[in-house]
Design a protein around this ligand. Sequence first.
Ligand SMILES: Nc1ncnc2c1ncn2[C@@H]1O[C@H](COP(=O)(O)OP(=O)(O)OP(=O)(O)O)[C@@H](O)[C@H]1O
Length: 248
Amino acid sequence: MALIELHRLDKRYTTGTLAVQALDLQIAAGEFVALLGPSGCGKSTVLRMVAGLEAPSAGTLVAPEGQATGYVFQEPTLMPWADVFDNVWLPLRIAGMRRAIARHRIEALLQSVGLSEFAHAYPSELSGGMKMRTSIARALVTQPQLLLMDEPFAALDEITRQKLNDDLLGWWQAQRFTALFVTHSVYEAVFLSRRVLVMSGRPGRLVAEVPIDEPYPRGPAFRTSVRYAERCAEIMQALQRSHAQATA
Ligand SMILES: Nc1ncnc2c1ncn2[C@@H]1O[C@H](COP(=O)(O)OP(=O)(O)OP(=O)(O)O)[C@@H](O)[C@H]1O
């Protein structure tokens, strides 16, 4: 059963830019899918349409609505005046859930993202990785069916990024959400996902789809394996072809 279904989706902005053209995409419940493509090819536009933040210009789109979708941006976008606990509480507060009722759920989530000891710290007191953990906790607190992530780890150092990749797979396996993950990193895409989609230059269409048939849980052994390197090389080539077409 597909959780997300896009059929011949177009997006033309009012400026005239055709960002996405005739995009067909199906994602099954529970899948982890990565989206790669040249800068400006429409990846964020696709996420925003799936999230319902942007309306398609043509085609059909089926996706979970409202609180069934969590969204993580490249910037953690935390409220600076609120502590970690209150930042994570925000989506529940908007839905009318009082702090005392939400407390148990938030504390359990902070524990699973490794932030229990920082529940009452303010964003300015956190490292970049901790801010991103808070942002992910805020997206997961509504127990969404779908988690959309737009280059969430691009600003982090490599070791912090790897740790977050490892942990993200753990949260995905524990909470069983469906993940659509935009990244510029071939390595990150292959490590995380069951399927990597490569988009063309603008207007974005799908030009390659590579299944990563490797079992989960995935860890350091997978990251250093020959099979991992082979998958990365395969996707790198697809991406290079896409870039070559984009600049031709
Ligand atoms: N609100 C908007 N109004 C007009 N044009 C837009 C808007 N948002 C995006 N665009 C244009 O649509 C195209 C696709 O943008 P989008 O941000 O979706 O690409 P992207 O693949 O996510 O890029 P990057 O990898 O650089 O983040 C770009 O040409 C961009 O300038």
